[in-house]
Each structure stands twice: as C-alpha cells, then as structure tokens.
Design a protein around this ligand. Structure first.
Ligand SMILES: NC(=O)c1ccc[n+]([C@@H]2O[C@H](COP(=O)([O-])OP(=O)(O)OC[C@H]3O[C@@H](n4cnc5c(N)ncnc54)[C@H](OP(=O)(O)O)[C@@H]3O)[C@@H](O)[C@H]2O)c1
Length: 287
C-alpha cells in the first residue's frame, strides 16, 4: 500500500485528460481505488488500459457522465452510491474554457455549469457518503485565474455580455468561494475541503479557445508544465498526511497560499451558495 492509499476510494472528475488523468494515474499507483469520471467511453477506457498496463493490480473504474447536465450528475451520484460502499476522496477537477457562449441542456452557461455548478451539485449529492467515510477529503481544482474573477450576480450566465476569459475567472473564483464556504459548513464532520492552482499546465484546456489567443495557447502548450507536475498538488491534497484535518485552504505547488481578497468575503460566499442551490434545484439543506 504505497503512500497509504490502499482501500481509499477516490472519485476524480475530468479524468480522461490532462491534470485529471495524471491525478488518476498517480493515485492508482499509490494503491488507491480510483473511479474516473469521463464523458467519453473510448477516452476513459484508454486511460484505464494505460493505468492497468503500468500496474495490472491497479483498481480503476470508469463512470460516464456529462457534467454539464444536472440529470447526468444525479445519475452519476446514484450509480456511484450503488457501486461503492464508501468515498474517501472526491476530486472535482473537470473544467472548460469557451470562447463563445454555449448553453447546456439546463439552459445554463457552460463554463459556469461545468466549472462551478457541477462541483457544487456533485459534492452535495455525495456528502452523506463522505460523512459516513470520514475522515474524508474534497479537493477542488481552481486556478490562479481566480485572482481576475468577480462574481457578477447581475449577469452570472453572461447573457448581457459574454467573454470567455471573464466567464472562466468568475467560475474559478466561484470554486474558491465554494470551497471556503463548504469548509466552514463542514466543520466538525471529519470532511475537509481544499482547493488549488495546478500551475500553467500543457493540457487540452486551450482546445475550446478560438482566435489568436487560442492559437497562442496551443502553440505554447508543449512548453508548459507536464500534466504529471500539474497533478502534484491534487495528489498531495488527496493523500498526504501533512494536510490531514486541514480545511478551507488554497494551495499552490503543494503549499498553502493566499487567494484573492474577495475570495475571503463570507457574505459573497453565502450569497453564491444560495444562488447555486437555486440553480441546481436542490432543497435548501441545513448545510
Ligand atoms: N491547464 C492549466 O494550465 C490549468 C491551470 C489552472 C487550472 N486548471 C484547471 O485544471 C482542471 C483540469 O484541466 P486540464 O488543464 O487538465 O484540461 P483538459 O486536459 O482539457 O481536461 C479537462 C477534463 O475535464 C473534462 N470535461 C470537460 N467538460 C466536461 C463535461 N461537460 N463533462 C465531463 N467532463 C468534462 C474533460 O473531458 P474530455 O476528455 O471528454 O474533454 C477532461 O477530462 C480544470 O478545472 C482547469 O480549469 C488548468
């Protein structure tokens, strides 16, 4: 049981590519039972085969869900609960950047839906299981872009004016605000919630960006940090005894860091929580 992760069940979203895939590979190599969430069976099975090729005894599974669909997130949570008796680590990692405003089947702007609301909804649907498995951990992949973010409650969905970069930084600030609020609400439960910036990593993230900026991102991708390096902080937060019991923090390069001033605004975090509860049509839990 390398790294003490044997028998730990880790659910990782966006595990078919980039940082999520490297996180799945890393945790599987530490002996964890890894459940990958992907939206494409072929890509998912290819990653599973890669993991198995390195280690025939690795425990790895694939669950399919398009995280832009709230119905599919509900189905994912139900399927997971049916298949697994416990959940030790939930890693919300899936993310997108979109140059053009695209709406989901729920009528929501895609960046906000995938990068924030999916994290919020999946976490809430799995909280009972995380509580029953405590001590357990929630790891949310944010971004250094949270620094440029503001939460525009008058136009959360970019209906009045959409810019891909603004939507992305808003969604990543939302991830940090959500993590801090979640940690406050989970105090005393044995579940920790932390978030991170993985660095500037060469992945498929830029594929949704068009124009000169998209061209530049794709051209520079090979020069960026490798996904393996980019996954280090996620793996650290998921597995290290050093962060046992630590909650409500933002990490960069496996060290605690300060996020933007606005991310510490508790009123803002509570308001975002309430709006997210409405947008995910969840009953107002006592959490
Ligand atoms: N790369 C960076 O420099 C960087 C910097 C800061 C933060 N981040 C964050 O790191 C996380 C991982 O991104 P990455 O860089 O590894 O990018 P990536 O290679 O594009 O991986 C993103 C993952 O999210 C999945 N995904 C996207 N939309 C989805 C949906 N609707 N339903 C289900 N899965 C979906 C993708 O699935 P498919 O394989 O099906 O597309 C993929 O597995 C993201 O949250 C990103 O914002 C990245």
């Amino acid at each position: 049981m390398k790294g003490g992760m044997g028998e730990k069940v880790c659910l990782i979203t966006g595990a078919t590519s980039g940082i999520g895939k490297a996180t799945a590979v890393g945790l599987a190599s530490m002996g964890a039972s890894v459940v990958m969430v992907g939206r494409d069976r072929v890509r998912g099975e290819a990653v599973m085969a890669e993991i198995k090729e390195k280690n025939a005894n690795a425990s790895v599974d694939l669950m399919l869900a398009d995280l832009s669909s709230q119905e599919e997130i509900h189905r994912l949570a139900d399927n997971f609960k049916e298949a697994y008796p416990r959940l030790d680590v939930l890693i919300n990692n899936a993310g997108v950047i979109r140059s053009k405003r695209i709406t989901t089947e729920d009528g929501l702007e895609t960046t906000f839906a995938v990068n924030h609301l999916a994290y919020f909804l999946l976490t809430k649907l799995l909280l009972d299981m995380l509580k029953a498995s405590a001590p357990s951990r929630i790891v949310n992949v944010a971004s250094g872009e949270q620094r440029n973010g503001t939460i525009d409650f008058d136009d959360l969905q970019g209906e009045k004016g959409y810019k891909g970069a603004k939507a992305y930084s808003q969604s990543k600030l939302a991830t940090v605000l959500f993590t801090y609020e979640l940690a406050r609400r989970l105090e005393g439960t044995g579940i920790t919630a932390n978030c991170l910036h993985p660095g500037v990593v060469g992945t498929n993230l830029g594929s949704g960006v068009s124009g000169i900026f998209g061209f530049m991102v794709r051209a520079l991708t090979p020069l960026m940090k490798s996904p393996q390096k980019g996954a280090e902080t996620s793996i650290y937060l998921a597995s290290s005894p050093e962060v046992e019991g630590l909650s409500g923090r933002y990490f960069v390069k496996k060290a605690e860091a300060r996020s933007s001033d606005v991310s510490y605004d508790e009123r803002l975090a509570r308001r975002l929580w309430e709006v997210s509860t409405e947008l995910t049509k969840l009953p107002a839990y006592n959490l």
